[in-house]
Design a protein. Sequence first.
Length: 129
Amino acid sequence: MAITYDRDDRRRRILVMITVAATIDDLLALIDRQADEQTWAYSMLYDFRASTFAPTMQEIDRLLDRVQRASRRHGARGPVALVTADLISFGVGRMYSTRSELAGLRVRVFENMTDAERWLEEQDRNGSL
């Protein structure tokens, strides 16, 4: 598994870079790690540009279920930005972000890091949905 998890406590942000085909279990473990480290309110920036991961709807449901269970234990999750490099991954990311928003989570998908970081900074400043 080639996943980099870089936690910046000063900025209250976690950068996750996925450079190979991740699995659903990899992503579930990342969710658990964030909760276990008591950084649930930190913003998350997932960089999927070098990955071919495209979860199924069932896997998206598993991810959302895990996030919702952790949110019940740890409070509101910080904003999450997903950066993808191709249209298929972008579409899957949009499905995840739409379903997340319906569950009251702040998740957006982007085509580049600059826009994702700008959105996260805005979310960090105002904390709005």
